[in-house]
Structures are given as C-alpha cells and as structure tokens.
Write a protein that binds this ligand. Structure first.
Ligand code: MN
Length: 721
C-alpha cells in the first residue's frame, strides 16, 4: 500500500508533460472509469521509474515504447488490465522488478499477462530447432490461458515494427520474417485485420524494399488516373440506395501493397490485372439491409456469375461476416463489393479485440469466442509427443489460407485453402492430374471434387483411361491444375465434339432409315465437298459443335445414296431400333453441352436437346416455352449417373421484403446450395418478389429447399421459375 501512495505523489510531477501519455489518457477517459484511469496513471509512474534512464535504439526515453503499445490497445478499446500490462510489459524483462511486485501492486491478471508477454520476448523463430518449438508451444499455452497475452504481444510487435528502422539490417530482416510467418497468421486467425495489414505492410517494406516502392508508386499513379470513374460510380451507388430509402455508407477500398504483391506472385498476374479492380465497401445498420443493398446493386450493375459469397449466413472460421459480390461496372470495369453491418465492419477491423468490451456470464466473450480454437490448440498439445510436431501442427492451424497434406509416402504438399483432390493430383505431377479418377483420403475412397482439409493423407487413384473433364474447372483453385486442364480440354474439345457429333449424326441417320456404320465411305465423301470439309472427322466435329445441322446432312446423304438395294436392311434395322435410344446427358460433357438459360433444366426434369449453328447443343426442359418450332430436336435423357451442380431459379414472394432476405439466404445455405445471384422484381406493394439463382444437384434437391422455405414466416409463395 505504501508503494502505491508514494507513486501517486510522484505522478503529479511528470505525467502531464508527456504528450504520448496524455494522448493515451484522453482515449481511455472515453471508455474506462475514473478509478481505472487512476490505476493506469500509477502504472505509468511505476514503469517510468523502473525503466529509469533506459533509452530505446532511437535515442528516446524507453517509456515511450510501452505507452505507444498501450495506445495501440486503447484504440481497440481494450480493458484496463490489458492497458496496465502493456505499460508494464518490459519491466520484468529489462529491470530488477519481480513479477511478485507487479502482482502485489496491480493484481493477478496484470501479473499473468506481463509474465506471459515477458516469456514470449525470448522466443525467436528463425530456425526449426526443437528448443524453439518448445518455446512456441509455451507461447500457445500462455495464450490459451489468457488471450490478452497475445493481444499485448501483437501490439508490442506492431510498435517494434513501426520503429524497426533503428535496428541493424540483419535484425530488421529477421524480425520482419518472424512477423510475417508467426504474428501475421495469429492476427489473421484472431480476425484482427487492421493489425494484420499493418504488420504485413511493414514486414514487406523491410524485406522487399524495392518491390514495395515500385508497387506503391504504381498504385499512386493508377489512383490519380481513375479518380473520376471511382467517384462517379460511388455517387451512382449512393443515389440508387437513396431511391430505395436505404441509408448506407459507401467507402472506396484500397488494396495494400503486400496483398497486390502476393496476388501478382501466386496468381502470376501483372500489376494492372491485379489492381484493375475497384473495391467498394457498403456499411449499413441491419442484416436485412445488407441483402437489400445486394439486390439493388445487382439490379444496377450486372453481377459476375459465381462470385457471390454469403459470409453472413456462413461466417469465416475467424468470425468474419460480410456479403461479397463482384459486378461489371461502367466502362467495363470490375468492382468487388463488400456489404456488411457497422458491427460486422468493426469486427472485420479489430476482430477478437472488438469482443472485449462485452462480458457474457462474467466471462469475456472474446475468450469464449476463441474457445474452440484454443481448445484445439490444447488438444493438439495433448496428442503430440514432441514440441517439434506441435510446432508443425500449430503452423497448420495458424494459416487459414493454406492447407498441408501428405502423400502416402509422407511427403508434405502445401496447397491453398479449398483445394480439391484434383489440385492435389496436379501438384504431384501433371500426368497424375490428367489420369486421376479418384482418391483415397485417409484410406477412404472419395470423389475427385472432394475439398481437402488440413493434415489429410491423400492417395491419388489413376487409370490409363482417365482424362480431365471440363467440370473439374469448378473444383480447382490452383493455377497449375487450371492451366493443365484447360490445355487438355482445348485438344479434348475436338475429341468429345467428335464423339457427340457422331452420336447425334447416327440418331439423325436412324430417322432416315440408316445408320453410321451402314454408310459407304464414297457416298459419305460425296457430301463433304458440298459442306466444305476436306475430311469426315472435321465434318463430324462440326456437328458436335453445332455448326452443321445433322438432319440436313443425313437427308443429303441418304438422298444421294442408292437406298433401294438396302431398303430391306434399313427397314429391318428401323424395326429393331424402334425403341429409340435417347442420348444420355451425364453433366460432365462440359463445353460441348450447354444448359438453356431460359428454363434452367436440372436432373429429374424432362429434357430435350436442341442443335443450332452458333449455339451448339443446348439442353432445354421439354416444357420450355422458348423452344421454337423448326429447331432441330434431339432425344436426350439424364444419365443414371449424372454429376455436377445445375443452376435453377426460384422465386420467393413475401409481404415483408425487409424481414425475409436473410432468412431465405440462411435456409438456402443450410442445404449446401451456392447462391449465384439475387434479383429483385418490381411487383405491386406490399408484395416483394425476389429471384434467387442457386446451384442444385437435382429436382429432389431443389424441392427440399423450396419445402423448407415455405415453412418460413412472411413467405407467401415459393416457386421454381
Ligand atoms: Mn516491448
């Protein structure tokens, strides 16, 4: 007690003259109580006295560092104990003060945090030595006891990175590398994006100064050129929202140099390709308004298909929530839009720290929020025998954008998140990718489309007759797989067009009483010149591509052919084949077969094929009203083993537009359907009609979704359009 009294007397002399500390107090008075602010003033004096005449490498008094760290935490509105711990965080490490003294003066929590942060001070991650792994596991365990240890440590690291220029080049590089490999992923995992971005940028600037400079200059130049378009687009968005009485803030988003660099490097794109995308963030009050805004923007600008992501219904693993969509803007520009509530926006910035102001049942909600993750850390610790394994496991756990997988031989493959079996196969070898037909994941047979997750052992099954399929492009995320599949398909397109062309042609010939095998080569060759092709294969390929109408060709051939001699044979065949064979549609035909946009056929529907020059082979629903007479129809049916996902439109009519959107999106997501687009139809008030384009596997699948949607309150009608 005597100590504290002494301190409070000294306080009056010095705290007023320190502008850095004044700034801190100003922030704290905004959200902490008077008593709390008083104890923070005591901590300041205690730390200042303990550090005494110590100086930082920059030459300034040492106390500036802990106060700057406290300022970073105060900006995130962290609690009083965290602020005090920040002010004292280097005291035990750098002075004669013992932890027990801190405990006596500032309580158990503060002492625990300071102790945790001091221990972390020693850990260096430059090599994979067992000793360092041991340290790393200590760090994780310290963090799992009280997350505030990590938050103080991150703020400490951020200030050290901001002032890194005073250290030797070697030290700068080592610390930046460690920041990028260890602290950036932790900040990311905790959802602290503002902190992560600054750490990334500072590390990148230190490790790669030349590239940093080039990219920064390019960004500046580019922004200058495009300012007008951005302003105009922004104004248009705001205007459209106001017309619909939606209040929202529209903010232009900027990519940071490091993320541009990463994209250029991993996706092998030019600066212009990466940067030639505008980013807008729309922040509003309620979740319903978020979906409203989405719908309005999709009416204003055409959405890029397949790019809508609903992280509100299905938040990311670090708790991030937002709607993402990509639109074709004016003058052909591409715009990435994020739509979220103020609360989600706050979380997107400071992540777990934004939960700190709330307590649930006497516990910090942040700690509760991170509970699952922390529990998994402890579980990993329990189940791994060596610290080295633990470190490897933790890295896996810390890098949410990457997954680590094993080959049966035990080799490690690092792939981006959401990679599928196909990505894995191509990462092993192009030939393995081209010939893969399935995989054993942890010993169990799984289809190629299976998304992989961390730590799985993947054995690729290949077959000599295996070959890439256009539908694979929907499952792959790596550039290597994509390029290889596309190259293969360019060649394959001809092969499969030939195959399909042959089937369609044969069917057409059947209608004229003959078949492909019955054609005599010379008769067939006669028509080649008429159609302008030099070899039969080319002609058949063009049937498959829809450039030649098969029935016209069949008629031309049969008319020129002397049918009389084979009349009997043909007749006989016709009888035998009277049970007309339909062409099966497997869903894996890819580029050759298109699905009509007017009626969106899905497995289970009655379907009919239509051939036309230019459009090629298009599958319609048999009942489609857009099927004009005179079009060449081809009998088709769904194969028993149909694969893939198919686009379908459902219309939802409700009396309460505002209440219904998020619920509908939630139900759709719960059936693992991707929402591809949301569109508003103007109908008479009080009714609202909203069209959702979703991907389903079959008629039954969509029926289940509709059934569930009908159970929602305020829904008047749900139909497939
Ligand atoms: Mn420090």
């Amino acid at each position: 007690m005597g100590d504290i009294l002494n301190l409070s007397i000294k306080k009056k002399e010095s705290s007023n003259s320190d502008p850095n500390f004044k700034k801190l107090i100003y922030k704290l008075e905004d959200y902490l109580s008077k008593t709390q602010v008083e104890s923070i003033k005591l901590a300041y004096q205690f730390s200042k006295d303990s550090h005494g005449t110590q100086l930082r490498k920059s030459g300034e008094p040492y106390i500036n560092h802990p106060i700057s760290v406290a300022n970073i935490l105060a900006a995130m509105k962290m609690d009083a104990d965290s602020i005090i711990a920040a002010i004292l965080h280097d005291v035990v490490e750098d002075t004669h003060i013992e932890t027990s003294e801190i405990k006596k003066n500032f309580g158990d929590d503060v002492a625990l945090i300071v102790d945790g942060v001091s221990k972390l001070e020693h850990i260096k991650f430059s090599s994979k030595a067992e000793a360092e792994a041991e340290n790393f596991s200590k760090m994780m365990i310290a963090m799992s006891k009280d997350l505030r240890v990590m938050l103080v440590k991150l703020a400490d690291r951020l200030h050290n990175m901001r002032t890194i220029s005073f250290l030797s080049i070697d030290k700068q590089k080592r610390i930046s590398k460690e920041t990028l490999e260890i602290y950036v992923p932790i900040a990311h995992r905790l959802g602290m994006n503002k902190m992560r971005l600054e750490l990334e940028e500072l590390s990148f600037k230190t490790l790669n100064p030349r590239r940093y400079q080039i990219i920064t200059e390019n960004v500046k130049e580019y922004k200058k050129n495009k300012r007008k378009v951005v302003e105009k687009t922004k104004a248009k968005i705001i205007e459209r929202l106001l017309e619909n009485k939606i209040i929202a803030e529209v903010i232009g988003r900027e990519k940071n140099p490091y993320s541009i660099y990463k994209k250029m490097k991993y996706k092998k794109l030019s600066f212009k390709k990466v940067y030639d995308i505008f980013g807008f963030r729309v922040v509003t009050e309620s979740i319903d308004e978020c979906y409203q805004i989405l719908g309005r923007l999709h009416n204003l600008y055409k959405p890029v298909p397949g790019r809508f992501k609903d992280y509100i219904a299905l938040p990311k693993s670090n708790g991030y929530q937002s709607l993402h969509t990509v639109l074709y803007g004016p003058n052909g520009i591409i715009m990435e839009i994020q739509i979220r509530t103020t609360e989600m926006d706050k979380f997107a910035g400071s992540g777990i720290a934004s939960h700190w102001q709330y307590k649930i049942g006497g516990k910090f909600s942040a700690q509760a929020f991170a509970h699952d993750w922390l529990k998994s850390i402890i579980d990993i610790k329990k189940t791994t025998s060596s610290s080295f394994d633990f470190l490897e496991n933790m890295k896996v756990n810390l890098l949410p954008d990457e997954i680590y997988l094993f080959t049966p031989a035990g080799a490690i493959k690092r792939l981006p998140k959401d990679s599928s079996v196909i990505d894995f196969a191509y990462s092993v070898h192009t030939d393995i990718g081209n010939k893969c037909v399935g995989a054993k994941i942890n010993g169990v047979n799984q289809p190629l489309s299976t998304p992989l997750s961390n730590g799985q052992t993947v054995e690729i099954l290949t077959s000599p007759i295996g070959k890439p399929n256009p539908s694979w492009l929907e499952y792959v995320v790596t550039g290597k797989a994509r390029t290889n599949i596309k190259n293969y398909l360019r060649d394959l397109k001809e092969d499969s067009a030939y195959e399909l062309g042959l089937r369609i042609f044969d069917q057409a010939l059947n209608d004229y009483g003959t078949s492909f095998i019955d054609l005599k080569e010379d008769e067939y060759k006669k028509v080649l010149s008429i159609y302008g092709y030099s070899n039969p294969r080319q002609l058949i390929i063009n049937i498959g591509l829809g450039n030649v109408i098969p029935h016209l060709l069949a008629r031309d051939i049969t008319e020129k052919k002397n049918i009389i001699s084979s009349t009997y044979n043909s007749w006989l065949k016709k009888v035998i084949k009277s049970k007309k064979q339909n062409i099966p549609i497997k869903g894996t035909e890819g580029l050759i077969v298109k699905y009509a946009n007017c009626c969106h056929p899905i497995p289970g529907d009655d379907i009919i094929g239509v051939m036309s020059a230019g459009n090629g082979f298009v599958v319609h629903r048999a009942a489609c009203k857009n099927l004009k007479k005179g079009l060449q129809r081809i009998n088709i049916e769904w194969s028993d083993k149909v694969e893939g996902e198919f686009l379908v439109e459902i219309q939802v009519i409700s009396t309460n537009e505002r209440g219904v959107l998020s619920k509908v999106a939630g139900v759709i997501s719960s059936f693992s359907c991707n929402i591809e687009n949301v569109r508003f139809n103007e109908v008479e008030i009080p009714y609202a009609s909203i069209c959702f384009s979703i991907k389903v596997t079959s008629r039954d699948h969509v029926a289940e979704v509709i059934k569930e949607l009908r159970k929602l309150p305020d829904i008047n009608k749900v139909v497939r359009t």
